[in-house]
Design a protein around this ligand. Structure first.
Ligand code: SRM
Ligand code: SF4
Length: 556
């Protein structure tokens, strides 16, 4: 048998994710954690990082790297209350770098927290009824769900299922409470983990629920997905999707982005049993020796979808029915006020790259804080890194609009579809895996592509562009019409040909090009799109139809 990956031994020996984490956190001699504890920390929802902008300077000064921690919240379906928003805002200003980062999995990240501030951060979150359990590491991560509030009776049900699924797949260990919240210390054997076992999963695991026609969660990028089937206005059940995942490694063809398969239909009440069965099949059969081959998508490709589904059915004690028809129309967010079935209003604010900060002409952190002080509904973070103000009564809309205008919170909405839909991962300076800029480069990049579009009278044409600093795919760039994937400082792989519904992978078009290089590649294609496109034909669709890309890989 192949040797286990080193992290497997760390997890198994950790006594329910405790390791020596408490001692490591308390050790005043270094800003870092002991190596094994830094790995375990992830399953508690935090990553040890260092500021890469300062790395070289500190090395020359013979100082240890400036260790700081990223902390990621668990927020099923992306929903939080105004009181929680205020608590999050306060934590960001008191313990982190004064900004908030809305992620592609509908939650908040703090960056720049010092080791000594980790415990106060967790305690403050706990006081606001939030936690960070299992948002990172080899477990089921934050469960995401279509963010639109009650647009049909199924929406409220789906939000409830997202919460239930998240709770159901939480680890049972009390280590989190013990280490961060001064809970009672374990004296005997660690808690039994009925779903995970003592070694948890071979790799990260991601679940989502989508409600057609919105595919705002990019369901085909998830290990496990449920597509809500609404018939006669009620939730009839879900189509199950399996084996999506986007991470890849440059130059290693054994790693690849993969769209999930639609495996069949299940009644709503079977959701937890089926989810648990999927997780345990992956737990028992996922690759624990090679982490680059450990995601569910590889288990399915190695053993076959039929085998996998039969094993899930056996464990869940049911047979899936034939998948029911569904149709997605978009994987982006909708802007402007929308009215929900309950008569209340919601409005999505465009937050480029999900960064909420007070910048000189965009005091968004302050603006959202002021909104949270008066808002009586809730907030929803979308899987496209935006913030939605939801559940607004008719009478309250004017006050919210006034605050939006006063703090220029609508400033990014006016930029046209390219600006409104673009996604960028965090990348530098915090992400240790970044090979190139993403979030910080996004404004310049959008300006360049806009100039190109304007030159061909395409300024208002919808176009999805996503950029990441490496091939791990955190902003789901493999699904965009234009995907830029970091290769080296200032250099990217250019991928082309995703669709607007999250159902088609793009393909590598040019490797390792700089800005001038990818703009030069795009120029003739955009010119041809302008000249030859059909009515409302999107760029990605045009590239395939005009045979500029080859054979598409599509889902659904
Ligand atoms: Fe991600 C690792 C940021 C969504 C695929 N991701 C990381 C780390 C933690 C880097 C690390 O391992 O040290 C990044 C932290 C950067 C920082 O400084 O904050 C990071 N990922 C993010 C976020 C914040 C991107 C964003 O700009 O919003 C997203 C946080 C989601 C959340 O709230 O949980 C984020 N990551 C994703 C997604 C999209 C999704 O989940 O829908 C993907 C692609 C889907 C998938 O998982 O296949 C994704 N992240 C990865 C991978 C590649 C996994 C693989 O199978 O190979 C890594 C690296 C790894 O796991 O080894 C990674
Ligand atoms: Fe970091 Fe790569 Fe993810 Fe971007 S895609 S946040 S660079 S791991």
């Amino acid at each position: 048998m192949a040797e286990l990956a080193p992290i497997e031994k760390i997890k198994a020996a950790s006594r329910g994710l405790r390791g020596t984490l408490a001692d490591s956190v308390a050790d005043p001699r270094t800003g870092a954690l002991a190596e094994d504890d830094a790995q375990l920390l992830r399953l508690h929802g935090s990553y040890q990082q260092d500021d890469r902008d300062l790395r070289e300077e500190r090395r020359l000064q013979k100082l240890e790297p400036l260790y700081r921690f990223m902390v990621r919240l668990r927020l099923p379906g992306g929903v939080c209350t105004p009181a929680q928003w205020l608590a999050i805002d306060e934590i960001a200003r008191r313990y982190a770098n004064g900004t908030l980062r809305l992620t592609t999995r509908q939650t908040f990240q703090f960056h720049g927290i010092g080791k000594g501030d980790l415990k106060p951060t967790m305690a403050a979150l706990n006081a606001a009824l939030m936690d960070t359990i299992a948002t990172c590491g080899d477990v089921n991560r934050n469960v995401i769900a279509s963010s639109a509030p009650v647009e049909s009776p199924a929406h409220a049900e789906v939000a409830a299922w997202a919460r239930r699924l998240s709770e159901h797949l939480l680890p049972k260990t009390r280590a989190y409470h013990e280490i961060w919240l001064d809970g009672e210390k374990l004296t005997g054997t660690p808690e039994v983990e009925p779903v995970y076992g003592q070694s948890f999963l071979p790799r990260k695991f991601k679940a989502a629920i989508a409600i057609p026609p919105a595919n705002d969660v990019d369901i085909f990028a998830q290990d496990l997905g449920f597509i809500a089937i609404v018939e006669d206005g009620r939730l009839a059940g879900f189509n199950l999707t399996l084996g999506g995942g986007l991470g890849a490694t440059h130059g290693d063809p054994k790693t690849y982005p993969r769209l999930a398969d639609v495996a069949g239909f299940l009644p709503a009440e079977a959701l937890l049993a089926v989810a648990e069965a999927v997780v345990t099949v992956q737990r028992d059969h996922g690759d624990r020796s090679n982490r680059k081959h450990a995601r569910l998508k590889y288990t399915i490709d190695d053993r076959g979808l039929d085998w996998f589904v039969a094993e899930v059915e056996r464990r869940a004690g049911l047979r899936l029915g034939p998948a029911r028809p569904f149709a997605f129309t978009s994987n982006g967010d909708r802007y402007g006020w929308q009215r929900a079935l309950d008569g209340r209003w919601h409005r999505t604010l465009r937050i480029p790259a999900g960064r909420v900060a007070d910048q000189f002409d965009r005091p968004w952190m302050s603006g959202l804080r002021e909104i949270a002080r008066v808002h009586r509904g809730d907030f929803r973070i979308t899987a496209n890194q935006n913030a939605m103000i939801a559940g607004v009564a008719d009478a309250d809309r004017e006050a919210i609009d006034e605050l939006i205008a006063r703090f220029r919170l609508d400033a990014a909405e006016h930029g046209g579809p390219l600006r409104r839909d673009a996604l960028a991962c965090v990348a530098l300076p915090t992400c240790p895996l970044a090979m190139a800029e993403a979030e910080r480069y996004l404004p310049q990049l959008l300006g360049r592509v806009e100039t190109l579009l304007e030159a061909h009278d395409l300024a208002g044409a919808p176009l999805s562009l996503r950029i990441t600093g490496c091939p791990n795919g955190c902003a789901r760039p493999y699904l965009a019409e234009i995907g830029l994937i970091g290769k080296a400082p200032g250099r990217y792989n250019l991928h082309l040909g995703g669709d607007a519904r999250g159902q088609r992978l793009n393909v590598l078009y040019r490797e390792n090009v700089d800005e001038a290089g990818f703009l030069a590649e795009l120029e003739p294609l955009v010119a041809a799109w302008a000249a030859e496109r059909g009515p409302d034909e999107r760029f990605g669709d045009f590239l395939w139809r005009s045979r500029r890309l080859g054979t598409p890989i599509a889902a659904g």
